[in-house]
Design a protein around this ligand. Sequence first.
Ligand code: H2B
Length: 106
Amino acid sequence: VVAKKMTALDAGARATELPPLTAAGWAVVSDRDAIKKNFNFANFNEAWSWMTAVALAAEKLDHHPEWFNVYNKVEVTWSTHDCNGLSLKDVKMAKFCDEVAAKYLK
Ligand code: H2B
């Protein structure tokens, strides 16, 4: 199976997709076309469990995070190598990150 090459979000898609994400705490990175967010969990176990859920979804979608974890904190960046910028896969994974995090961050 040949993976479909992702295309960058056009101006219209950005105007629709990015505001809900920035409202949810995602920030557009200043020096490259990417979005990032810091997640704070109760402890390492919850952070790692969340990372595991995100990792499994990333494999399914063939779209992988850039992330940095220290104990209960995870800094995640989404961007698409294919198009050297933001694609719908980044939006999808960012939403998934928030959905799963909501189960921990009560
Ligand atoms: N992850 C991200 N974030 N962007 C990509 O363009 C990408 C990926 N491409 N994971 C996938 C893997 C590609 O390299 C493989 C060959 O499908």
